[in-house]
Structure formats: structure tokens, C-alpha cells
Design a protein around this ligand. Sequence first.
Ligand code: ADP
Ligand code: MG
Ligand code: MG
Length: 262
Amino acid sequence: TETLVIKDLHVSVEGKPILNGVNLTINRGETHALMGPNGSGKSTLGNAIMGHPSYEVTGGTIEINGEDVLDMDASERARAGIFMAFQRPMAIPGVKLADFLRHAATNVRNPDRKEGEDLIPMREFRKELKEKMGQLKMDTEFARRYVNDGFSGGEMKRAEILQLAMLRPKFAILDETDSGLDVDAVKLASQSIAAIAQETEGGTEMGILIITHHDKLLEQNTPDFTHVMLGGRLVETGGEELARELYTNGYDRIRADHPVEA
Ligand code: ADP
Ligand code: MG
Ligand code: MG
């Protein structure tokens, strides 16, 4: 199986250590939930995996199928099959969502493509986009909107899910803010992510890391593993029962059991 392996990862932001030795292995086909109190370092882990320039890796390794991820820039990571939807994606005025997706999908699917070479043929792309939007119950008009320009929270989430469906990465990191989404939007997002995750690509499902506090999301996407981040370390790993415990009871027990990190 294909793997994303993180060993003893240390990450600093503006010279301040945030992650203090994170170990995590995700196999394709597995769903991992990452939970933990606000400020514990969950988004920092996602950003470091994606190569966000503000997050400086000061120690440890990240490998995809044995290849050094830290050596790759952000677009090389995407081409290697790693996907992350950013919590606050930038608006790209003048670029329609469909065009953005066509470029992104071309790059990810043809890793050896040189800048300026042909994109996925329009006809083929349109057909696939329409099919995916149908499955996700999205109005095709939505793809004509400019990327994130005036998108509501729910629309940003839809754009992100459509991106996930079109790019079909090997590993997806879904960093869910609890803000901005109403109950219906969360439900729709949960169902869509579950549907995409189950769609097999070459017989293999995606490996997913879901960063969330939403019980809905995890009900639809039952985690094989639940990890708890505290003070920049993964202090506990369990199954779905650990996720249930945490969204029911909060983090008091975790803090009491791990006083050094808390
Ligand atoms: P979580 O996602 O678990 O809520 P974060 O990874 O966002 O936690 O943040 C962990 C810590 O790192 C916090 O103290 C936060 O202020 C700090 N941090 C994260 N990203 C940045 C950044 N871009 N600039 C400054 N501080 C940051
Ligand atoms: Mg699975
Ligand atoms: Mg976060």
C-alpha cells in the first residue's frame, strides 16, 4: 500500500516551536481523525505537510511512498498526490472555478507536464465536471463563478469538495473550521466527502486526515484511527470510540492524563 509517513516532525512558526515531535502513518484507504483543543497545532500539521512557507520544519521527516516530501515545493506535493483544502482559501478574481479546476486537474494528473503544454481536453473535462457536480448535487452554474469571489462559507466548502472530487488525490487533508457552516452545509459536506472517499481509484481509496470537531463529519466518515493533538504532540491514538468520547466530553480527561503537553 501507498503511505504518508511522518516521523518526529518539529515545526516552528515565526521562530516559535509549535509541533514538538509528531509521528503519524496514514495508509491509503484509511480515514484518520485529528482532534485536539484550539491552538494545539492541528492546522500547523496540515500546513507543514502541504509546504506552506510560513511553517518551518526544524526536524523530522515526511515521506510519501518513501519519497522525501520536505524536498518538494507545494505544487510538487500536489502532483505527488497530496491534497489540502485551506481553511481560508484566497479569492482569485477573474478565474472561473471550472478553469481553475481544469488547470489543477491537469497538473495533478500529468506530473511531467511542462508549463504551457495542453490541458485536459475541454470536452473530456466538461463531461467529468458535469458528472461530478451531478453526484455532489451541485448546480453546474456554480462552476462559472469566480473562485472564492464572494463565496459564502457553504459555497467555499462546496468548491473545496468539488476540487477534492476532481483531483482525486492519494492523500487528502481536510481542515474543517467550525465557523461559517450551518447544520445543513455540514451534513452535505459530510455526505459528499464520504462519497468521494469511497470512490476507488485504481482499486484504492484515498487516505484521509480529517481535522474536525464535528460529530456529523465523523459519523459519515467513520475514522479508522483517532489522534489527539495536545501541545504540538499526538498524545493519544485510538479508534472511533476515542472521537466519540472527545466530542461528547471534551478534552479535560486528555489534559489531566497528559499534564506535560497541557
Ligand atoms: P489548531 O489548528 O490546533 O487550532 P494551530 O496549528 O492553528 O492550532 O495553531 C497552533 C499554534 O501556532 C497557535 O499558538 C497559533 O497561534 C500558532 N500559529 C499557527 N499558525 C500561525 C501563523 N501563521 N502565524 C503565527 N502563529 C501561528
Ligand atoms: Mg476507508
Ligand atoms: Mg486549526
